[in-house]
Design a protein. Structure first.
Length: 673
């Protein structure tokens, strides 16, 4: 294809080494990608890199489009795709500056210049220039540089350091040679204002879960018995629509009469059905004539648009809690939730990444030996899992001007009154946000899991919880708080001690969740030490090590210290050195062994790390003191460090070793519990 073509595919190496100059104009927003977007881009590339390939041919991963407009001076004005382009440029700069990170030899010799610039934004341009020149990011912490760009560079480095051994070299080879981006050049006479209007108002593409729904309904349309087909299609349609809104409790997807029959008469907090056949009967419209009913169901087989359109039978939702969708935020979206349901139901090793949603449903449902039976089984599992998710998985709740984690179920009191109460408490609503009891303990552990894996994909903790709940719940057997808590604590121990801090290579998630648990407690009890090489800076595989430790410290101190008792987990992703790596104002440097050991490390937010990273421990103590007076602290490990600093009056090697030994004892006691 000619270089002046309107549409041209580039490998990432070709794009970043292109002699053309790309300009981000003033009307584009500043660089805004954070940890979630950066990690997702890198993870997407890793996922496609690992796909099987034929012979010497690797799968090509198409990373998206770059829409540009060629100016009179020959420079390409970036209209769409600037966040991705900026991130790829920062990634290449980090790799160029870190040639010892197991890269190909010679490393990044092709990347000689940055071909991305910023119109009338000298601070952004200077930030890129300094990073390309190899200036360390901690030296760019001032108003003279764009902190979002510097943060992005550091977050990229953090993510790439997790790809250990030869894995990073293989990742780089695949990223630069087999990942492609499509550059679309709009015509010279394009009215850019009109173009943006069209872009902002264009129709959304069909989502993957809508395609899955269409495929499932197509399978049910092959049922020969008319009554069975109609009732099955109706059940699928209603269940799907009720479950698709992850922000709302599933009960509100049905009429009040159906809620009483599915979720307990005058209760709405139980799950009373045993299988799909019972569900189909409950959901059959009672007051619809045969001809009207057949006409409604016939619409489902007409077209894809009809299948994914409005519900076939409109429900009476006059009493729906309209504020519910605004009150709760889900920890996952519907497409990824479908994979969790598929895994919990089939017990197969389903990848927890919605890029593979359509392929996995085709393999395990659409092309099953008995696809009709499989579709019915999955639909019932979907409803059951959404009920379990709503009742027993944390949400972020916004109420009374505050937002916090909650673990609540829906409860019916009367036709005019329903409310959300703690899932494992029958107390009055005034105690719903208390800090005691099994409900609070389960909530804290679930929150520790979630803030350690904030992305939508690969939430193995969520799959483990749903797997347990799905198997434990029976019509005559509710979920018991102590049993659920014991399972979650066992899962946490396995994640930490059998994977993140295991001797040698850790165990995979699937066998930890779905394998035989016999001997697990004995294996953990026999552990006598924790591998120091997996606890030092840069080697800790997952932030759950810190968050699990905070959970244990909360258990240990919640009845002794109100600051500990009212501690809440927040999204903290930056591993900070309490004694800084780069001391300011002439303070001495700490030896590398002491500096990077677990006793000197803590987990705080990336923004706070950017502000405090070079401060001395006493200065950090002053910063945290005001929050502690308000019974707020970022981390209980940090709280323990601050208290030790207060008692000793200093923070040096002896204090680091003492704190580390105290924290390792807490972990070992949990392993041996």
């Amino acid at each position: 294809m000619k270089n002046d073509a309107d549409v041209q595919a580039f490998t990432i190496e070709e794009l970043l080494s292109d002699e053309s100059s790309y300009l981000i104009p003033m009307y584009q927003r500043n660089y805004a990608w954070g940890e979630g977007e950066i990690n997702q881009l890198i993870q997407d590339v890793l996922d496609y890199q690992k796909k099987e390939h034929t012979g010497n041919t690797r799968h090509t991963y198409y990373i998206g489009t770059l829409v540009v407009y060629r100016r009179v001076d020959g420079r390409f004005e970036v209209i769409d795709g600037q966040q991705r382009f900026t991130t790829l440029s920062l990634l290449a700069i980090w790799l160029k500056n870190n040639p010892k990170a197991s890269l190909p030899t010679p490393p990044m010799e092709w990347y000689r210049n940055v071909n991305l610039n910023f119109e009338s934004r000298p601070i952004s341009a200077d930030s890129f220039t300094k990073l390309f020149q190899g200036v360390e990011p901690h030296k760019l912490r001032s108003k003279l540089f764009n902190q979002d760009i510097v943060d992005g560079y550091e977050l990229i480095g953090k993510a790439l350091k997790q790809i250990v051994g030869n894995g990073l070299a293989e990742f780089c080879d695949y990223l630069f040679k087999h990942v492609q981006i499509t550059r679309i050049k709009v015509p010279a006479d394009t009215d850019l204002n009109h173009y943006f209007e069209v872009m902002n108002n264009r129709g959304e593409q069909l989502e993957k879960h809508e395609i899955i729904k269409a495929q499932l309904m197509s399978v049910l349309n092959t049922i020969r018995d008319t009554q069975d087909r109609d009732s099955s299609l109706n059940a699928l349609n209603l269940v799907w629509d009720a479950c698709a809104n992850m922000e709302s409790y599933v009960q509100y997807g049905f009429s009040p009469e159906q809620r009483h029959r599915i979720f307990g008469d005058k209760d709405w907090g139980r799950f009373t059905l045993a299988d799909f056949s019972e569900l189909a009967v409950v959901l059959m419209p009672a007051a619809t004539s045969g001809s009207e009913q057949n006409a409604a169901f016939a619409a489902a087989s007409l077209s894809l648009a009809a299948i994914i359109g409005k519900p076939l039978v409109q429900q009476n939702k006059e009493d729906e809690d309209d504020s519910a969708s605004e009150r709760f935020n889900s920890v996952i979206n519907f497409s990824n939730f479908l994979l969790h349901v598929l895994r919990a139901w089939s017990k197969a090793d389903v990848p927890l990444d919605d890029k593979q949603l359509i392929d996995e449903f085709k393999k395990r449902v659409i092309e099953a030996a008995d696809p009709i039976h499989a579709v019915k089984g999955f639909v019932f599992a979907l409803l059951k899992c959404k009920y379990l998710f709503d009742q027993f998985i944390i949400k972020r709740e916004f109420t009374q001007g505050q937002d916090r984690w909650s673990l609540k179920r829906l409860r019916w009191y009367s036709k005019e009154s329903q409310s959300y109460v703690n899932s494992f408490s029958e107390g009055d609503v005034n105690s719903e946000n208390g800090f005691d009891g099994s409900n609070r303990q389960i909530l804290m552990l679930l929150a520790a899991f979630h803030v350690s894996t904030p992305t939508l994909v690969f939430k193995h903790w969520l799959n483990g919880a749903l797997h347990y709940l799905f198997d434990a719940l029976q019509p005559d057997q509710p979920i018991r708080a102590n049993d659920y808590l014991n399972y979650l604590e066992s899962l946490a121990r396995k994640f930490v001690f059998k994977r993140f801090l295991a001797e040698g290579e850790g165990q995979a998630y699937y066998p930890m969740i779905y394998g035989d648990d016999q001997g697990v407690d004995k294996q953990l009890a026999e552990r006598v030490s924790l591998p120091a090489e997996k606890l030092c800076f840069g080697a800790i595989e997952n932030n759950f090590v810190f968050n699990y430790l905070d959970y244990l410290l909360w258990l240990q101190g919640k009845n002794k210290d109100v600051v500990i008792k009212e501690f809440e987990f927040t999204f903290r992703s930056s591993v900070e050195h309490f004694y800084p790596q780069h001391p300011i104002d002439g303070f001495p440097s700490l030896d590398a062994d002491s500096l990077h050991r677990f006793g000197n490390l803590c987990l705080i937010s990336h923004s706070k790390n950017s502000r405090l990273s070079n401060f001395q421990p006493k200065a950090k103590h002053e910063h945290f003191a005001a929050n502690i007076k308000n019974k707020q602290v970022d981390s209980l490990k940090v709280y323990a460090m601050l208290k030790l600093l207060e008692s000793k009056g200093k923070w040096w090697t002896d204090e680091i070793v003492q704190h580390e030994n105290e924290m390792l004892k807490v972990l070992l006691d949990a392993a041996n519990s």
